[in-house]
Each structure stands twice: as C-alpha cells, then as structure tokens.
Design a protein around this ligand. Sequence first.
Ligand code: ATP
Length: 312
Amino acid sequence: MTALPTSLSGKDWAIRTSGLRKSFGKTVALRGIDLTVPEGATYVLVGPNGAGKTTALNIILDLVRADGGQVEALGLDSRRDGPALRAQIGYVPEAQKWECNWMRVATLLAYHGQYFSSWDDEYAARLVKRLEVPLDRRYGKLSKGQARRVQVVLALAHRPPLLVLDEPTDGLDPLARETTLSVLAEHMAEYPTTLLISTHLVHETERLADHMGVLNAGGLRTQVPVSDLQEMLRRYHAQVPEGWSGAGVLDGSVVRRSRNGREIQWTVWGDESMVRASLTESGAAVQDVRALSLEEAAISLLSDEETSHVEA
Ligand code: ATP
C-alpha cells in the first residue's frame, strides 16, 4: 500500500524549502521541513498552535533566520536576496502591531505604496471600500479585525506574484471573514498569484485551496494536492471479528484509527478498492466508506493516535 506522501511532484516552484530547521532556545520550532509550493498554487498550511507555521513563513520572508536549511522563493535565495524577495511578496503577518502604529490608515497606505512600483491606488481604494477600512483612524488604535483588514489591503494592492498570509481571517467577525475570503478569491481569479496561507480554519479555505500541507510539532506530516486528498483519503467503517489482529498490509497507510469493541473506523490513504480488499482479507466486514471534507482530512491528519471510541 502507498504511504502518505510528504513531497509534491513538479518542477515549477514558487517556494521550495529544504531541511529548514529552527529552535528558540530549547524549543524546537521546525525539524527540517521540505515545503514546496507550486507556482500558481493556493497552498494551505494547516497545524495546531505552536506547530511552527508562523516560524516557517517568517523564515521564507527572511524575517527570522533559520538554524539550517535553505529557502528559494520566486527564484531567489531568501537569505541572500531578502529585500528583493519581500518586494515581490504581499504579506499579512500574524502580529498586528508595528512601528507605524501612530499613522492614520490613509497615511499608512500612501507610505506603504511608495515602496512598491506596482502599487495601484485605484485598486487600493476599491479594497478599502470592500473591506470597510477606516482611513481616518490611527493604525495602533484599530481593533484586531480592523487592523487585519488594513493588512489585507497592504498585501494585495501591489498585486504581488506571491502572497503569504498568516491566518488572514484571525479576529474577523463572520461577515468580514466572508468578505475577505471573497476578495481573496476574486484577486486570485483576476491576477496570476501564488498563495501560501496558514490557518486553523480549514473549512474557510476549502473553496480556495488546491494544495494542503500539514505541519505538526515542527514536522511536515504531509503535503498533497487537494484533488489527491479527495481521491485517496477515505474513512472506512467496519465490523471486525473477536480477537481481530488488524490489517498488517495497511500499516503505514492508516492515517487514523479508532475502535469501539468490534467496530472500527479507520481513515486510510490509498486506492479505495485495494483498501477494501485488504480489510476484507483481514476478516473485517466493511460497512461504509466515505470521502472526507478538507477540514475532516486535516483533523484526521493531525490526530493520528489510536482512540478507543468511534468518531461521529
Ligand atoms: P499558532 O497557530 O499558535 O500561531 P504556529 O504554528 O504559528 O502557532 P509558531 O509561532 O511558529 O507556531 O511557534 C512554533 C514554536 O516556536 C512554539 O513552540 C513557539 O512557542 C516557539 N516560538 C516561536 N517564536 C518564538 C520566539 N520568538 N521565541 C521563543 N519561542 C518561539
């Protein structure tokens, strides 16, 4: 059986990291990750709190230095060409506050725009209207959600070839989330852009995502095209006989197991007919097989430990 893939095939990468490592004192944030974002992809990086998502994004932008490994983005070495690279990236950082806190939002937009030759005032004005950005307020006095919306305008209005968004809808109310995601979807449809987005809210990105990477405790558990996830990942519900010893041939392909007496619910990566056949051969009677939403897939991939109850 095939194991869960950790690398993508292809050759045109917008971002490629190899062996990226980073520790903060005794805390290991990244354990040598090989993250590859295909050109033109919308790549969603998923992981629980503390998984290393922000650290990875900050290293890609050369805002934090790695202890080891390399980053190539848009054909540039991020460590050597950090400023040139950042000029081509629209970035929504996780931290909202910075040295421009005293500026009114209108001034901040004008100031920021000067640094980008492709800054489009007319597009910025449209985004400001759509996202209801308060131009006359001081940036440092904005609520978390308002500041987030300003960051989205700053990231998009120069139409960069690469967008790196660190939890862009964090702190937004439901309506603002919806608007921001629509703005992003429209932006992606209108301009050729690669998008790397980190989030906890996988269901929100379901309509945008075409690749997903799952980061857990500083390691990349998998990275796959979403179409492969939809085709290869299934939840199998089966009855097993007394004293059932499992289906050894599936070891390495089982993403998540749960068991309640003689009922099992396994999430397995592999061709459905082969997985069914392997389960049947092991003595299990398969009762139900279903595909998973992106969010269900992410949850399964993040919690691989055996559970003693059957999931809903
Ligand atoms: P969250 O979803 O909560 O934002 P994350 O996946 O973005 O989490 P990181 O912020 O990259 O995770 O943190 C990874 C690990 O590195 C955590 O254990 C965190 O405490 C630690 N860490 C990150 N930045 C620093 C820092 N500047 N100093 C010390 N430890 C840090």
